[in-house]
Write a new protein. Structure first.
Length: 85
């Protein structure tokens, strides 16, 4: 795995859960840009989850991933994204 740096600004997780409804997977989408507070992410591995981005650059995305009960800090390579909504 290539070196990934996650050195973005420190932010707190959201104080509320994500929306109850999972959006439909788009046929075409853009990368996570950090402009939406809650983003639904589909990875190429088949994993999908609600994500609250806190830092985005060409080398990595960091933020908080919803685990079904709480927000966990998480980072991943943007090249692993299949779609976002």
């Amino acid at each position: 795995m290539p070196y990934m740096r996650f050195n973005g600004p420190k932010r707190q997780p959201p104080q509320s859960p994500p929306p109850n409804v999972i959006p439909m997977k788009p046929t075409a989408s853009y990368n996570v840009d950090g402009t939406k507070p809650f983003t639904y992410v589909w990875l190429r591995s088949g994993e999908s989850f609600w994500f609250y981005p806190t830092y985005v650059d060409a080398f990595g995305i960091t933020g908080f991933k919803w685990n079904g009960a709480d927000w966990d800090f998480h980072g991943f390579d943007p090249r692993t994204i299949d779609a976002v909504a």
